[in-house]
Design a protein around this ligand. Structure first.
Ligand SMILES: [Zn+2]
Length: 84
């Protein structure tokens, strides 16, 4: 029996915020990323897992975010851009 399966990770930048990184202590841009993990069997998607992470552009450290924290980051970023 031939079994064709695979998995992919799709990464999307959803917003950029700026604050002091907890790892490198530098006030740097933080990319808020949405990562979707997909498993396929015979080219059909079977499961999806979505995670949100905050990635420091200075040191590359990543922190897991909840979906609510990611939404708050998007709202915060939108408020900051409308004030300017
Ligand atoms: Zn950092």
């Amino acid at each position: 029996m031939l079994l064709i399966f695979g998995s992919t990770i799709h990464e999307t930048l959803i917003t950029v915020v700026t604050f002091v990184c907890g790892y490198c202590r530098v006030d740097a841009r933080q990319n808020v990323l949405k990562r979707s993990h997909r498993f396929t069997l015979f080219f059909l998607p079977l499961s999806f897992s979505t995670r949100y992470v905050n990635q420091c552009t200075n040191c590359g450290a990543e922190t897991a975010l909840s979906p609510e924290q990611a939404r708050n980051a998007v709202a915060w970023s939108a408020n900051r851009s409308s004030v300017r």
